[in-house]
Design a protein around this ligand. Structure first.
Ligand SMILES: NC(=O)c1ccc[n+]([C@@H]2O[C@H](COP(=O)([O-])OP(=O)(O)OC[C@H]3O[C@@H](n4cnc5c(N)ncnc54)[C@H](OP(=O)(O)O)[C@@H]3O)[C@@H](O)[C@H]2O)c1
Length: 260
């Protein structure tokens, strides 16, 4: 029999913020590896565009307008995912915003709360509801599941002028480790991905800033911006049975930036 540990046939992967950027890169790779995918975003037009892109892989694709800052919408979204797709095997809490300030002392409470609302409240509700689905299924005799949070290097490096954002990503990693310990008995794994500098809408201003291109990107050992496609392999791995002994980890994907 062929060695096919990364085959996702029969699995359903849900990606919040899956309509563009890193989330779409992960969703595309998982669809190409055989998974049916559910993507959430708050923008209906972007969801429709992403659905068309994802359907080229020949898998079932479900989209839903879910604002992850709305607890009731997340609960309804998870129920709908199970009703429509039949199950949720992997859940990627990826939706995020990156709001900074001119300086920490000028950071407003509104900025703090916005980062918290999307990146931490949203991830909490998403991961809690996905865990609930996976635990119920395990109790019915079908254990397993993979929970993934897209954190950031900002969680482990000093992210000047981005203290609120950094705090949400550090909190996300802590939440995932606690989930990993509590739910390993059900075969449920929980890991964090920490991207470095990735060319998406979130970093559009940095990409356009000459100082950034001249001073920061040359410090990335692989000497380029990361791309959404760079997150396909790790998503397939974490959604697959190949990672069934891998939990509670923080996986840094940054072209070597953090160790240089
Ligand atoms: N790009 C980087 O360099 C970088 C580095 C480290 C970590 N990250 C993390 O990677 C993740 C993805 O970022 P990205 O760079 O791909 O950003 P992006 O291109 O700006 O995409 C953000 C995604 O999140 C969704 N989203 C935002 N607010 C939402 C809400 N309230 N409810 C539901 N969905 C929401 C967006 O969809 P809608 O617009 O439809 O809502 C979009 O799909 C984020 O968690 C980010 O913090 C990125």
């Amino acid at each position: 029999m062929a060695f096919a540990p990364f085959d996702l046939t029969g699995k359903v992967a849900l990606v919040t913020g899956g309509n563009r950027g890193i989330g779409l890169g992960m969703a595309e790779a998982m669809a190409a590896a055989g998974a049916d995918v559910v993507i959430w975003g708050s923008n209906a037009a972007r969801n429709a565009e992403a659905k068309a892109t994802l359907e080229r892989h020949g898998r079932r694709v479900f989209t839903r307008e879910v604002d992850v800052t709305d607890e009731a919408a997340v609960i309804a979204g998870m129920d709908a995912a199970v009703a429509e797709a039949g199950r949720v095997d992997a859940c990627f809490a990826n939706a995020g915003v990156g709001q900074g300030a001119a300086s920490f002392t000028e950071m407003s409470t509104e900025t703090w709360r916005r980062n918290m609302a999307v990146n931490l409240d949203g991830a909490f509700w998403t991961l809690r509801e996905a865990t609930r689905v996976m635990v119920d299924r395990a109790k019915a005799g079908d254990p397993g599941g993979s929970l993934v949070g897209v954190a950031s290097l900002a969680a482990i490096e000093g992210a000047a002028r981005n203290q609120a954002y950094a705090a949400t990503k550090g909190g996300l990693i802590s939440m995932l480790k606690a989930i990993a310990v509590e739910h390993a008995r059900h075969g449920i794994r929980a890991n964090a991905i920490l991207p470095g500098w990735i060319a998406t809408d979130m970093t559009a201003m940095a990409q356009a800033a000459p100082a950034f291109t001249e001073k920061v990107i040359p410090r990335v050992p692989v000497r380029r911006w990361g791309t959404p496609a760079d997150f396909g392999g790790i998503a397939v791995y974490l959604a697959s049975d190949a990672s069934s002994f891998h939990t509670g980890d923080t996986l840094v994907l940054d072209g070597g930036y953090a160790i240089f």
